[in-house]
Every structure is written in C-alpha cells, then in structure tokens.
Design a protein. Structure first.
Length: 564
C-alpha cells in the first residue's frame, strides 16, 4: 500500500498513469496495478512485480478515468491476489488504497456474514467491498463514503472508480492525498512528484474529506461542502546524467549541494534568532526521526550543550509518558512524508517544534510553523546518502548556534568530501575485498560510533551483507565471539586520544584471525566523523555494484514509509 494516482479527463491515461506510478515507486515497488473505465466497463491490469512490468504488459488504452497503485506490502504477501486495484464483489467499484486499516478484520467478518467472499489478505480488498455493501443499502456513493469513514480506524487515502460514472471518488484520512488541476482534467495522487510537470497547481485534502471529481470538484466533510484553493508549486529538476544509478549520482553531487546549504544556513537570518532562543529556553529537546534521519539526530545530541533525547518516531508515538510543556521538539525526515514522523508531530502539535526535511512541499513541512529545508534536491535512491549529509550540516550549524560557538570548520567540508570523491580508486580496492564477506562489524567510540550506525545501515540495505555497529568497548562483552577469518571489522577512529584503545581492540580481533580494515582520517579536523560516512557510503555503493544488485531499489524497502 503506498503510491496512488487517479486521473479523470482527456488525458493520455496510459502514459500519465504509468509514468506517474513509476515516479511514485519511492513509496514501494513490491507490486503494481492499474484500473480504468472505458466504454466496455472497468478493466484491470495488475502484477506482483514493479511498474516496469506494467510498461511491458499493458497495452495502450483510452479511458474516461483511471487509477493506479504501486505497493509496499503490509497486509499479506506479494502476490496477484494482494495487488491493487481491487474490484468489489458485484463489480460496482474499483479502488486503490494507501494506508493501513486497524479494524479491517472486524469489517471483513461482517462482510463474510453478509455473503461476501474475499480472496486476498489485504485490508484494501475489504474496503472496496465494504463501500459496495454500504452503497447497496443507501444507493448514494457520497453518503456511503461518509459512512465508510466513520467505520474505519486507521490511515487511508482511497481513489475509487464507480462502474456507472465518468468520475473519480475519494476519501482521505491521515495519509496524504492531493488534487492537481491540469488542462486535461484532474489528478488525485499521493504526492506532487507523480507528475513530471515543472509547475503544478495542487490542493491538499484534509482528514475525513471525501468527494467526487469529474469536470467539477466536489469536496465534503460531514455532509458540508468544502471550498478549495489551489496552491502553485515550482519543482526542482532531477537529472541522472551519465551515472549508472541514482545512488552514484547522489553521492557525487553531494559536496556541491552541501556547499550551497552551508552558504545559506551560515547567514544568521536563515535560522532566526527567536528559533535558537526558543530551543535554548526549553527544559529538554526531543529529536524524532526514522532510519537515516534518526542517525542524523544522534549527531545533534552529541554536539549541542543541552539535554537532548533522540527517539525513533515509531517509539515516540506509543510512549505513554505525559508531555512536559517546557519541552521542544525537532522532527527530521528527508522525504517529509514518513507516517511515523507525521503521527509524532500530531502528538505534540501545540508545543514548540521545528521540522527539517528535504521537501518543502511535503506533509511535514506543511504542518510546521518553523520548517527548514536541507536543500540537497530530490533524492531518488532508496538508500539515503546526500540527505543524511544535508541533515547533519543543518543540525551542526543549529547546535553550534545554540551553543553560541563558531562553526568555521564546516566551510571546509565540501572540499574534503571532494578529496574522497577523487580518490575513489582506493575505495574500489577495498570494495573488491569486502564483497567476499557475508558479515561485518563497524566498530567505533563516541561520535565515531554514531557514524558506524549509518555506515552499517547503508552497507546492509544496499549490499545485503549483514553488518552491525558496535561500540569499540563492547566488543569484548559479546560480539568478539563472532570474529573469525570470515567475519571482518571496519574500525572508525578519528580521535587521536582513542588510537591506543583502538589498537588494543585491533589486536584482540587479529588474535582471533579476524581481518581489520581501517582508514586514517585527519584527526585534527572536527568533522572527520562525517567524512568517514561519505567514504563508507562509497564503499557500500561499490560493493553493491560489484555484486550486481539493484542499487537504487533494494529488496523489501521503500524510500518513504507512508504506513505504520
Ligand atoms: C525509509 C528509507 C530510509 C529512510 C527512512 C526515513 O526507511 O528506506 O532510507 O532513512 O525511511 O525516511 P525519512 O524520509 O523520514 O527521512
């Protein structure tokens, strides 16, 4: 359940729908499907494979309206029966869904006791049938959508074709759904990037809104008709140029983008003094994110002279502790669309918070009074690299401003990253050795351990080599048991004072036939901890390239996880 799109009007439906789905694949690519209405009725094409299969298998078609879906599996295996769109028992409705329904089993039982048979395991198949079940009782689609909304517990953006109308219906709660206005008609979709238009007019639906879109736009909430205003957006360009994959492009362009970001945020007005003062006045600051963004948050805690707790968004949502009104919050999400982070914001929406994203037109940025853009341009590869550096750069400047310290060392960062880039041959040699292993440890201390976390995540997600980040001092308390000639370690040490303790660990590993890889970085440079991540990101990329795996789309993952 992840990326959805629907079109109504005189579009080249085949083209816009399939290309739109391709662009939504960052939300999942386990399976893909489309449905459309033409003079023969509703037609469906779906495959438990990525959107490339749709391009190969689906014949060109014309339609009055159409819907499409690219899935990241949550309920049920990747299989035909669990692939969207779903059609209702009597063929009245065809639907795509992004989100998860918590009470779908209760609704499913109700439907089964009323003669409905469902073939798959998804909550979405229940939704389309439940909508039909409601409609058969009241013969009014809008009323049925309102009733469906009241029955559901969970997150849902639904785009629906009705068998007898040249229109799209929709319902939205807790996961983004936008309406885009085009010359040919209207588009309903999860995000603005599903269209390749440079400029877009869009309206973002609010929770519990539902309605009908044909030549006209009808939006309702609780039976009340809602008026809408379109916002204009001008998008950044994304160009892969001559690189073999987006990850390579994104690693290479990183220093230049970071340089612009540093220039921008080093102007004091770009992080207003009142934001610095507010954060400093707080009893404690919570930093909240997922995955790589969570790792960036850990760096902030290390640098800032203040009480900070860094929490995974998925944990924060379910924490039962009462909120202290003297606390402040920093939300980090490169995509700005991660549902766990959005739900975390909703939990503290009345408190002082700032958000940091790489998408100024995202749900998270729209929800934030103080939003900061890391300005590294759209990241396509699922593994986040340049966004990590963008987040850390911003957080580093923020922390230094809060500490009232200068941060002149950061101006040298792009130059030093460029040095790593131009020395890629050395990393290629290392990659050639590392690709032979199935397991690996990243070992570090202090801030280097935080770099280990990110290096380890990157290596495992794109190469499938199992790796763990371990505190150097913890090696002897368990992980050493893993070490043998097939289980090497990469040691990260940028602090000269720790070299001696590092030597001890290295000897302990070597005495057990373990191979040790270690790269020296300039210990006099304060941001060497970050240069290490850049270096080992290149390693992960080059190992993946050697192994011949799909670098930009690792199996089972999605760029942005828009479900819980
Ligand atoms: C997914 C991606 C990760 C990313 C995480 C958080 O798991 O695969 O690369 O770090 O989401 O994403 P966000 O957009 O919120 O930073």
């Amino acid at each position: 359940m992840c990326g959805i799109i629907g079109l109504v009007g005189s579009f080249n439906h085949y083209d816009v729908l399939l290309k739109g789905l391709k662009r939504l694949e960052y939300r999942g690519y386990d399976s893909s499907g489309i449905g459309y209405l033409n003079k023969d009725g509703i037609v469906i094409n779906k495959y438990p494979e990525s959107v490339d299969t749709l391009f190969k298998e689906v014949k060109k078609f014309t339609a009055y309206c159409s819907i499409g879906h690219t899935r990241w599996a949550t309920h049920g295996k990747v299989s035909y029966k669990n692939t969207h769109p779903f059609i209702s028992k009597n063929g009245l409705f065809c639907l795509v869904h992004n989100g998860t329904i918590n009470n779908f089993l209760t609704l499913k039982e109700e439907l089964i006791s009323n003669g409905y048979i469902m073939n798959g395991d998804t909550d979405s198949e229940v939704l389309v049938n439940y909508l039909e079940y409601l409609f058969l009782n009241n013969h009014n689609i809008l009323l049925s959508l309102k009733l469906l909304d009241s029955k559901l517990d969970g997150s849902y953006s639904l785009v629906i074709i009705s068998k007898n109308e040249e229109a799209l219906y929709f319902l939205k709660n807790q996961t983004s759904l936008l309406l885009i206005e085009k010359e040919e008609g209207y588009v309903l979709t999860s995000d603005v990037y599903s269209l390749d238009d440079k400029e877009i007019n869009y309206y973002e639906f609010e929770d519990h809104q539902y309605g009908k879109i044909d030549n006209n736009v009808e939006i309702y909430k609780n039976d009340i008709k809602i008026s809408h205003n379109f916002k204009r957006l001008i998008k950044d360009d994304v160009n892969i140029n001559s690189c073999s994959c987006y990850l390579e492009k994104e690693l290479f362009e990183c220093p230049a983008l970071i340089e612009k970001e540093i220039q921008y945020y080093s102007k004091s007005e770009s992080i207003p003094q009142n934001v610095i003062n507010e954060l400093n006045s707080k009893r404690k600051i919570y930093v909240i994110g997922c995955g790589t963004s969570f790792h960036a948050g850990l760096i902030f805690k290390e640098i800032v002279d203040k009480e900070v707790e860094v929490i995974l968004a998925s944990e924060f949502i379910y924490q039962n502790k009462s909120l202290n009104e003297n606390d402040g919050y920093i939300f980090i999400s490169q995509s700005g669309e991660t549902l766990d982070v959005i739900r975390s914001i909703e939990k503290v929406k009345n408190a002082f918070f700032i958000s940091i994203t790489n998408n100024k037109d995202s749900t998270i940025s729209r929800k934030s009074k103080y939003h900061f853009d890391i300005m590294v341009q759209k990241e396509i590869s699922v593994a986040s690299t340049k966004a990590y550096f963008g987040e850390v750069v911003f957080l580093y400047i923020l922390a230094k401003r809060m500490n009232d310290e200068n941060y002149k060392e950061i101006f040298d960062l792009p130059f030093r990253m460029n040095q790593i880039k131009s020395n890629i041959k050395e990393i290629e040699t290392l990659a050639y050795q590392v690709k032979e292993y199935k397991n690996l440890l990243f070992l570090g201390k202090g801030i280097d351990y935080l770099s280990c976390l990110e290096c380890s995540l990157k290596l495992k997600e794109i190469t499938y080599i199992h790796s763990e980040a371990i505190y150097l001092g913890e090696l002897k308390h368990g992980p050493l048991a893993l070490i043998n000639k097939d289980f090497p370690s990469i040691i990260l040490i940028t602090n000269d004072e720790l070299k001696e303790i590092g030597e001890i660990s290295i000897n302990e590993i070597k005495s057990r036939d373990g191979k040790v890889f270690i790269k020296q970085f300039d210990s006099s440079y304060k941001l060497s901890f970050l240069l290490q991540v850049y270096y080992y990101d290149f390693l992960a990329f080059l190992v993946a390239k050697n192994l011949g795996v799909n670098i930009d789309k690792p199996r089972n993952l999605a760029k942005s996880v828009t479900v819980e």
